[in-house]
Ligand binder design. Structure first.
Ligand code: ZN
Length: 88
């Protein structure tokens, strides 16, 4: 599973970041779920996972900003448990 570190989406096409110690190259993949682009929004825009996540949660946890249909059994709260975020 390649889990999005922002929203916990577990089906990224590739790991969000290369695991090489000392390096932090993002895949530049855009998470289909929350829209975060690894290596761009953090490295270039200096937005943290937490900032993006909080914004996504505050905005109603929309899949793909509402641009496409989520998977049929998609549950954003359950998905966040993948990264140990538990919402009330
Ligand atoms: Zn995501």
């Amino acid at each position: 599973m390649n889990i999005c570190p922002v929203c916990g989406y577990p089906d990224l096409n590739e790991p969000a970041y290369d695991g090489t110690p000392g390096l932090h190259p993002g895949s530049l993949e855009i998470c289909t779920c929350c829209g975060f682009q690894f290596g761009f929004h953090d490295d270039d825009r200096h937005i943290t996972f937490e900032q993006w996540r909080n914004q996504w949660i505050a905005g109603g946890m929309h899949w793909d900003s509402g641009d496409s249909e989520p998977p049929p059994d998609w549950d954003p709260k359950k998905q966040l448990l993948n990264i140990d975020i538990m919402l009330p």
